[in-house]
Ligand binder design. Structure first.
Ligand SMILES: Cc1cc2nc3c(=O)[nH]c(=O)nc-3n(C[C@H](O)[C@H](O)[C@H](O)COP(=O)(O)OP(=O)(O)OC[C@H]3O[C@@H](n4cnc5c(N)ncnc54)[C@H](O)[C@@H]3O)c2cc1C
Length: 382
C-alpha cells in the first residue's frame, strides 16, 4: 500500500542511506556479528554523511530534520542483515543523545552532542539495573552531591553501547528520600574513562554486533556540570523520550518483519517439494498472506502515530499499543518464517535464523509487552 507520509527530502535521504548501508554495512554485518563489534570507522562515516544526529540543531552538527527522518532511518536499518547494528545506531540516535538535546545547556551540547553527531563518540542510555528494569522509579544507583562533584555508586545492566561506547547518560537517585520516589531521579553524563567506571560485556542470544554491558560505578566523582536539566526532574524526561524510543522500536519491528517476509517469499518460490515450489501449497500461501496482513496493519498505525508524534501530539496510548503489538507480531513472523525455511531456518548461517534470535529482545527491551498493556489499560481509565 502506498502511504502519503514522506516528502521528497525524506525519500532522497532514504536513497542515500540505502546505498550507504548496501555498500558499507550489509556486506560486513555477518563479520561484525562474529566479532561482536561495529568498527568505529563506520560510526565516523555515518557521522560525516549526516546519518547521525540529523534532527539536532546545526550548531551541534545536525540539520534540524523532522522526526519522520528517524522513521526512514529505522526502516532502512532493517535491511542490514543483522538486528544488532540497527539497535546500536538507534540507541545512539534516538534513545540517548536525545536527552542531551532535550535537557542540555549550550556548553553541554557542544561538548557531548556535537561529537556524537559527528560519529566521533558513541552514546548510551543507562537506566536499567540488576534490581530495576520495568520499575524505573526503583533504581538504586546513587549520586551524592559533595561540593562541586557528585559521587556515583551503583550498577547498571543491559546497556546498549555500554561496552564500546564513550558517553553514558546515566539515571541516578540524587534524592533517596523523595516521595514519590521518581521525584529523586536525575540524569548525569558519565564519560567511560572516568575513574571508578568499569564495564563487563554481556553475551546475548542474538543482536551480537551490538555490545550490551553491565556497568559498575565505584565512587565515581563527576563534576556537577555533568547534570542534565534540573536535579530530580529526569523521570519526566525519561518517560517523554520513551515515546520516541518505542515509536522507533515499532518502526524497526515492522521493517524487520517486512524484510523477513521478503526473504521467506523468495525461499518459498524457489524451494521445491513434492514436485512444486512450496509457495504453491495453500497452507504456505495462507501463512505468507497472514504475515503480510499483520505487517500492513502494524505499518498503517505506526505511520499514523509517527505523523502525529512529529507534529508534537500526545500519542502515548497508541505508541504503547504499537510497541507491544508490533514486537509480538515480528516475533510471530520470525517464528513462521523459520518454519517455512525448514532445516535451513535453524542454521545460523541463514539470515532468517539470525533474525529469529535478534528479534526476541523486542518484546522486552524499551518496555515489556506486559508494561505496555498496563499503560494502555491505565490510559483507558482502568
Ligand atoms: C537487548 C537489550 C538491550 C537493552 N538496552 C538497554 C539500554 O540501552 N538501556 C537501558 O537502560 N536498558 C536496556 N535494556 C533493559 C530493558 O529496558 C529491560 O530489560 C526491560 O525494561 C525489562 O526490565 P527487566 O529486565 O528488569 O525485567 P523486569 O522488570 O524484572 O520484568 C520481568 C518480567 O515481569 C514482568 N513485569 C514487571 N512488572 C510488571 C507489572 N507491573 N505488571 C505485569 N508484569 C510485570 C515483565 O513484563 C517481565 O515479563 C535492554 C534490554 C535488552 C534485552
Amino acid at each position: 500500500m502506498k502511504y502519503d507520509v514522506f516528502n521528497e527530502e525524506h525519500e532522497q535521504f532514504r536513497v542515500q542511506l540505502r546505498r550507504f548501508l548496501a555498500d558499507r554495512v550489509t556486506p560486513h554485518a555477518a563479520e561484525w556479528e562474529r566479532n561482536r563489534q561495529i568498527p568505529r570507522q563506520i560510526w565516523q562515516e555515518m557521522g560525516q554523511l549526516g546519518f547521525l544526529g540529523f534532527c539536532y540543531d546545526p550548531a551541534y552538527g545536525g540539520v534540524g530534520a523532522d522526526d519522520l527522518f528517524r522513521v526512514v532511518m529505522s526502516e532502512e536499518m532493517a535491511r542490514c542483515s543483522a538486528g544488532g547494528f540497527g539497535v546500536a545506531v538507534c540507541a545512539h540516535n534516538d534513545m540517548s543523545t536525545t536527552y542531551i538535546d532535550l535537557l542540555g545547556t549550550h556548553e553541554q551540547k557542544l561538548r557531548w552532542l556535537k561529537p556524537c553527531t559527528a560519529g566521533e563518540k558513541v552514546c548510551a542510555i543507562a537506566v536499567s539495573e540488576p534490581g530495576a528494569g520495568s520499575d524505573v522509579a526503583g533504581i538504586a544507583t546513587r549520586a551524592e552531591r559533595k561540593g562541586d562533584h557528585y559521587v556515583i555508586e551503583g550498577q547498571k545492566t543491559f546497556i546498549t553501547n555500554g561496552y564500546y561506547g564513550d558517553i553514558l547518560v546515566t539515571a541516578v537517585k540524587t534524592d533517596t528520600k523523595a516521595v514519590p520516589p521518581h521525584k529523586g531521579i536525575s540524569l548525569i553524563v558519565v564519560e567511560k574513562g572516568m575513574k571508578g567506571v568499569t564495564a563487563r560485556k554481556l553475551e546475548k542470544i542474538g543482536g551480537h554486533a551490538s555490545d550490551t554491558a553491565e556497568i559498575f560505578f565505584d565512587q565515581v566523582e563527576v563534576p556537577v556540570e555533568h547534570l542534565l536539566g534540573a536535579e530530580g526532574q529526569a523521570f519526566y524526561a525519561i518517560m517523554k523520550n520513551f515515546q520516541l524510543e518505542r515509536l522507533v522500536a515499532t518502526i524497526l519491528a515492522v521493517s524487520f518483519a517486512q524484510h523477513i517476509l521478503e526473504l521467506t517469499m523468495d525461499h518459498a518460490k524457489q524451494r521445491v517439494a513434492f514436485g512444486k515450489p512450496i509457495a504453491k501449497f495453500q497452507a504456505v500461501r495462507h501463512k505468507l498472506a497472514e504475515m503480510a496482513t499483520a505487517i500492513e496493519l502494524n505499518r498503517a498505525l505506526s505511520y499514523q502515530c509517527a505523523v502525529q508524534y512529529a507534529k508534537g501530539e500526545d500519542v502515548t496510548k497508541e505508541i504503547s499499543m504499537l510497541k507491544y503489538a508490533s514486537a509480538e507480531m515480528v516475533n510471530r513472523v520470525a517464528y513462521d518464517a523459520t518454519q517455512l525455511f525448514g532445516g535451513y531456518g535453524y542454521m545460523a548461517e541463514y539470515e532468517v535464523a539470525r533474525l529469529y534470535a535478534d528479534l526476541r529482545a523486542v518484546t522486552i527491551a524499551g518496555g515489556t509487552t506486559e508494561i505496555m498493556k498496563d499503560i494502555v489499560g491505565r490510559l483507558m481509565g482502568l
